[in-house]
Design a binder for this molecule. Sequence first.
Ligand code: 3PG
Ligand code: MG
Length: 349
Amino acid sequence: MTRRRSVREAEVSGRAVLVRADLNVPLERGAVADDTRIRAALPTLELLLERGAAAVRVCSHLGRPEGADPALGMGPVREHLRSLLPDDRLQVLENTRFDPRETQNDEGFARQLAEGCELYVNDAFGSAHRAHSSTEAVARILPAYAGLLLERELEMLGRLLGDVERPYIAVVGGLKVEDKLGVLENLAEYVDTMLIGGKMAEQLREDNPLEAPVRLPVDVIAAAEFAEDAESGIFRPNELPAGWLGLDIGPETRRLFADKLRTAKTVFWNGPMGVFEWERFAGGTRAVAEAVAACDGFTVVGGGDSVRAVNELSLADRLSWVSTGGGASLELLEGKELPGVAAIPRTGA
Ligand code: 3PG
Ligand code: MG
């Protein structure tokens, strides 16, 4: 087994280190609304400071700005990070995406980021599926190392594509099958059962290309229109009144899914079971979150919405791993090579 060269092996004493972290956090009224990703970046930064780095220069993107956009400046993130880790050697650069060269994976911009630094540590797992200057090109300019979070993500998510304890169950939800077909097809080769919820379950009911046992909802909470306060009821999927929309999995499906999850030894969950932003249609997603947390096996959750549900219910401590990557975790489980990871040299036995 080869792995990527780790920051733990880097000689950092007295040196200036460029760190790419994924500090792409939600902001509300100009302040950090959820600091999970900032906290997840701390162990690597602390390690570098403890080992005597002369300077630790952190960079990240924030949102998807078109050029410089004051609403997406790194100020709030910088302040928040400094409050968690006050150290004069720590510096947070401006949003990498303020420069259009970043997403072009431009080497000139990578050189600019690297200037004055002797090492590069990539700890931005959440951005590792992007081939950008700060995640890919820069690794060709400075000696590159994997950060602690990046390593741990690869280890924990990687386990899901290896020899796992069984039964192994994947729970996948969300809107469109086509967005997740790659993941579903790859996971189908590993899992014993897939539990499918969300709108994509309807698509799979019509046409299921997957070669794994798939359980689709046996009942749904449907509404007369797509509105938070619409008239609603519980129906068998094939008995929906004309024009009604399934917006959550029903009570029987929740029980069925929970029973399956109770006996699982390995679980991966991605994607909400319904329109969980609306309280009335959040019950299915919540039931799955609770069932995954109650499972004693190796349990991993990845992807923005499911992670949000887990955090809102304060269940993260009861899971084996909550990934900081949305798209990155899915691409990894799809079996794809992540450019940000591929750019770090391999090492040792
Ligand atoms: C994310 O939030 O998924 C990552 O930070 C990547 O962001 P992006 O999808 O804008 O590249
Ligand atoms: Mg548990």
